[in-house]
Write a protein that binds this ligand. Structure first.
Ligand SMILES: NC(=O)c1ccc[n+]([C@@H]2O[C@H](COP(=O)([O-])OP(=O)(O)OC[C@H]3O[C@@H](n4cnc5c(N)ncnc54)[C@H](OP(=O)(O)O)[C@@H]3O)[C@@H](O)[C@H]2O)c1
Length: 240
């Protein structure tokens, strides 16, 4: 069997759905996140390996990725944040934290996996957000960090071509623990769902299916791309 796909944030809504999906497709998976209990439980359930790390600690992250072995067949970075603040309340700490979690962590993860990705013929999937390409109110912090993830995707794709493909998924609001502050309010969830030409919230399985495609051989001529998985919200207007 080729090396595992490393999923950083592998116990989250999207990361766990991707892990389950890849295992169902016959691929091996190596999970990385902070909470060892949740890692062990999911790994046990699906037959994955795991290592605990906080992505803001480069030494921990390097060790957790190295634990995947000398050859990996993919890397998905599924760690992120949704920080919504009006500009008057935006401080540099929030900006730096978001950049560290969403951008620096992704760079370090890819850098530490480079040799193993080359050895395993792997590809990389990052996650931005619909907010990177569209102006939404109160999104200064997260949109600027996710915009950097999209720029990073293209730069990495150039640096790592042709041996390692690098792509990015740009989700709209997706029903996961990260989005709970927005989705747990039924009225708010319904009104956000209605903003989508396909009028529902994203599901983790929507993102997992797209990521599995980008991590697999059928996307072998796709690199440096941002794939919106957003119910059409970024490009389709059905009213007005
Ligand atoms: N859900 C949405 O609506 C939405 C929309 C746009 C973009 N996205 C993006 O999609 C990606 C996946 O999001 P999600 O909704 O699946 O998030 P999630 O459910 O909150 O999962 C996050 C995962 O990352 C891990 N994690 C968080 N902080 C970490 C840290 N400092 N070090 C190591 N691991 C950490 C969590 O486990 P531990 O807590 O145990 O570490 C968990 O496994 C993110 O990049 C997010 O920004 C999501």
């Amino acid at each position: 069997m080729p090396g595992p796909v490393v999923i950083v944030g592998g116990t989250g809504g999207i990361g766990a759905a991707l892990a389950r999906r890849l295992v169902a497709d016959g691929r091996a998976v190596h999970l990385v996140a902070r909470d060892a209990g949740r890692l062990a439980s999911l790994a046990d359930e699906i037959g994955a390996t795991w290592a605990a790390a906080d992505v803001v600690d480069e030494t921990q992250l390097a060790a957790a990725i190295a634990a995947a072995g000398d050859a990996v067949s993919g890397l998905a970075y599924c760690v992120g944040s949704i920080v919504l603040k009006p500009i008057r309340r935006v401080d540099s700490a929030a900006l730096v934290d978001a950049y560290r979690l969403n951008v620096v962590g992704a760079v370090v993860a890819v850098r530490e996996a480079l040799d193993a990705l080359r050895a395993g013929g792997g590809s990389v999937v990052l996650f931005s957000s619909i907010a990177a390409g569209h102006g939404f109110t109160n999104h200064v912090v997260i949109a600027s960090a996710k915009g950097a993830v999209e720029a990073l995707t293209r730069s990495l794709a150039a640096d790592l071509s042709p041996s390692i493909r690098v792509n990015c998924i740009a989700p709209s609001l997706t029903d996961t623990p990260l989005a709970a502050a927005l989705t747990s309010n039924d009225a708010m969830a319904k009104s956000i769902a209605a903003l989508h030409p396909i009028p529902r919230l994203g599901q983790a399985a929507d993102m997992a299916a797209a990521a599995a495609f980008l991590l697999g051989p059928e996307s072998g001529w796709i690199t440096g791309q941002i794939l919106p998985v957003d119910g059409g919200r970024s490009t389709v207007r059905t009213k007005g």
